[in-house]
Design a protein around this ligand. Structure first.
Ligand SMILES: C[S@@+](CC[C@H](N)C(=O)[O-])C[C@H]1O[C@@H](n2cnc3c(N)ncnc32)[C@H](O)[C@@H]1O
Length: 270
């Protein structure tokens, strides 16, 4: 199995669990539970009260990009790795009937769940597409805003994802994504264990690399804003289970693993 198959299998399994007792339990850290330090309490209850319970239950992100992306009525939004569809449905409400929200996902089970959630939510300005974020099935210059929630860290071809995002955005379009980011050097083995705890199987980018790769792809006004910084205690049980001496490595990971909101803009004239 290559990495993409591993990711697909993991999220197919997570989609199947929605509505069962193990709902949303997708990563080693068992994300999706009320106490999970990564996925819990990301959304305003008033916002989610209007959504189907299964869309909320399937939420596996690490931020709330729709709240930060400043979506406007009439805009076209694309969610990379849309999962059960929570951010697509929230975006559709923000852009209204004159706008549209696309969700893109490679996992059939997630797409089926998202389409069922769309049906339950009774929204029409939404379309879920099957495909990979490295090969976006939309034309050049067709989207106003790209959002994503904890998906880019799962890709082994991050440059390709950024190039595709740049291609499909209209001139002046925005990228506004939540992702796991590493700040500063961490010994390789400890970094890998922390990444596996967060669920970043392909590895999280260092924030300076994130900025450099987006800039390289052509984006401007790139910024990385931490939204949740993880503590060693969040990951303690997992790291101990992996044979690490948590108290010894604590100073090496302090303030280094975080969820962040990454913003960038495609220049207006390209
Ligand atoms: C961590 S979940 C996040 C789902 C959703 N964004 C959320 O906040 O609940 C990752 C999702 O991205 C999808 N995914 C991962 N890698 C992908 C890729 N290369 N292309 C398309 N979808 C991908 C998975 O199938 C899964 O549904």
């Amino acid at each position: 199995m290559d990495l993409k198959d591993v990711v697909r299998e993991k999220y197919a399994d997570a989609a199947r669990r929605v509505g069962t007792d193990g709902a949303g339990c997708c990563s080693s850290a068992c994300c999706g539970s009320a106490s999970d330090p990564i996925t819990s309490n990301l959304y305003d209850r008033v916002e989610t009260a209007r959504l189907p319970a299964e869309a909320v239950q399937a939420s596996l992100g690490c931020g709330n990009p729709t709240a930060l992306a400043q979506l406007a009525a009439g805009e076209i939004v694309l969610d990379l790795g849309s999962g059960g569809g929570i951010d697509v449905l929230l975006s559709a409400a923000r852009v209204g009937p004159t706008g549209k929200a696309y969700g893109l996902d490679m996992t059939d089970e997630m797409l089926a769940l998202a389409r069922e959630n769309q049906r339950k939510a009774r929204v029409e300005n939404v379309e879920f597409l099957k495909g990979e974020i490295e090969h976006i099935p939309l034309p050049d210059h067709s989207v106003d805003v790209i959002i994503s929630n904890c998906v880019i860290n799962l890709s082994a071809e991050k440059e390709r994802v950024f190039a595709e995002a740049f291609r499909v955005l209209k001139p002046g379009g925005r990228l506004a994504v939540s992702d796991v980011v590493v700040r500063g050097p961490v010994p390789v083995e400890i970094r890998r264990s922390m990444e596996l705890w967060v669920g970043c199987v392909a590895g999280a980018l260092d924030e300076t690399d994130y900025v450099a790769k987006l800039t390289q792809a052509g984006f401007e006004a790139v910024s990385v804003e931490p939204t949740r910084i993880y503590t060693i205690d969040d990951a303690r049980a997992f790291l101990v289970g992996h044979g690490l001496d948590v108290d010894t490595i604590a100073p090496l990971v302090r303030e280094k693993f975080m969820s962040a909101f990454v913003r960038a803009r495609k220049p207006a004239a390209v």
